[in-house]
Design a protein around this ligand. Structure first.
Ligand code: KG4
Ligand code: ZN
Length: 341
């Protein structure tokens, strides 16, 4: 049986992503990014991102349809990120998706961006096991999910109470004088430093904090600890040992993420973890996850990096899962939910 052709639309932050899937087959995936327009401001500028989506949307859609050699009229369902994300960016995507759904008279599905980061892995590594954990780590989110069915049965075990993992890296990048976004720069620098040089705090990992927040994360205290160390060297007129700081900081973040994920695997009797989101590019997280989860007999699935950063394939994949599960479509009055849980 031919599976429905699903158009996936992602515009929650700075990437305009459009993709087409049939079940677990990815026909095409086209992404336009406005990151270069934001870099000089040292952070994403929401208005700039919204305008860029407006400009990129039609060319990106045209490119996707052309590459997949399909007609818009062949699309069976339209899936779009309804949240979480930037209000203006989401609004562009959801408005465009409504217009397309009306134009071709097909159902519209508003879906959750964070779940998309997990769903996309099935396009690469095949069907999911009956039960698994999803660890979604990016510049905007750090969530640990217990997944029984990506379309219908997901429980959030924990999330960050303050900064996301990538966000903490970007802030530490700024403290160390590295360009924005600092994450990849800090990662590269860390590989030349000593991860045991400085004992940085592991947030929510001990005593009452751990008991109350077994699967939640907190990285803002860690970022403050890094700032204090950097200031200490600067005040003493000494050279800041940036590589050692980057390595010790990376170790602290990866350690907390992997330790809590492993604890959750044991508590729920789960032996597969899917890691998604742009931060999954982090070399220390990858190494530590492979080592410690691997030792415990847990299979770690991480899609290639272009499917970890924001893209349309993740939304088309989730859309395909939602259609396959037979969930009712969204109505045309759906709105965005920038803080969607
Ligand atoms: O998923 P993504 O592309 O966008 C968001 O939805 O946030 O994630 C980008 C985030 C940025 O904070 C970036 O600095 C971080 O992931 N990042 C990294 C690495 N590559 C990207 N952080 C640490 N190490 C990396 N190798
Ligand atoms: Zn994302």
């Amino acid at each position: 049986m031919v599976q429905p052709l699903v158009l996936g639309i992602e515009t929650s932050c700075d990437e305009t992503g459009i993709a087409l899937t049939r079940g677990l087959d990815l026909l095409t995936d086209v992404t336009a990014s406005s990151m270069d327009d934001h870099a000089r401001f040292g952070g994403i500028v929401p208005e700039v991102a919204s305008r860029a989506h407006l400009e990129s949307f039609v060319p990106t859609l045209d490119a996707a349809l052309e590459r997949a050699e399909v007609d818009l009229a062949d699309v069976d369902a339209v899936a779009v990120t309804a949240g979480p994300g930037l209000v203006g960016s989401l609004t562009v995507g959801v408005s465009a998706a409504k217009a397309l759904a009306v134009a071709i008279d097909r159902p519209l599905y508003g879906v959750n961006h964070v779940l998309g980061h997990v769903a996309v892995d099935a396009l690469v590594h095949g069907p999911f096991p009956q039960e698994f954990l999803g660890l979604v780590v990016s510049g905007g989110h750090s969530s640990l999910l217990l997944v029984r069915d990506i379309a219908t049965d997901v429980t959030e075990l924990g999330q960050t109470l303050d900064d996301a993992a990538g966000e903490a890296f970007d802030k530490v990048g700024r403290l160390l004088g590295l360009p924005y976004p600092g994450g990849p720069h800090v990662d590269r620098l860390a590989q030349t430093g000593d991860p045991a040089a400085i004992a940085f705090p592991r947030g929510l990992s001990r005593g009452k904090d751990l008991a109350r927040h077994p699967y939640d994360f907190s990285f803002s205290g860690l970022k403050t600890a890094v700032a204090r160390v950097v200031e200490g060297y600067q005040d003493a007129g000494q050279e800041v040992p940036a590589a050692d700081i980057a390595a010790s900081f990376s170790e602290a973040v990866a350690d907390v993420l992997v330790t809590k994920t492993l604890t959750a695997c044991e508590a729920h009797g789960v032996n597969t973890v899917v890691i998604g989101g742009g931060f999954s590019a982090n070399s220390r997280l990858r190494a530590l996850a492979a080592e410690r989860l691997g030792e415990a007999g847990v299979t770690v699935r991480i899609p290639p990096i272009r499917y970890c950063t924001d893209n349309g394939a993740m939304i088309a994949a989730l859309g395909s899962a939602v259609v396959a599960a037979g969930l009712p479509p969204s109505t045309l009055d759906i709105t965005i939910d920038s803080g969607m849980p």
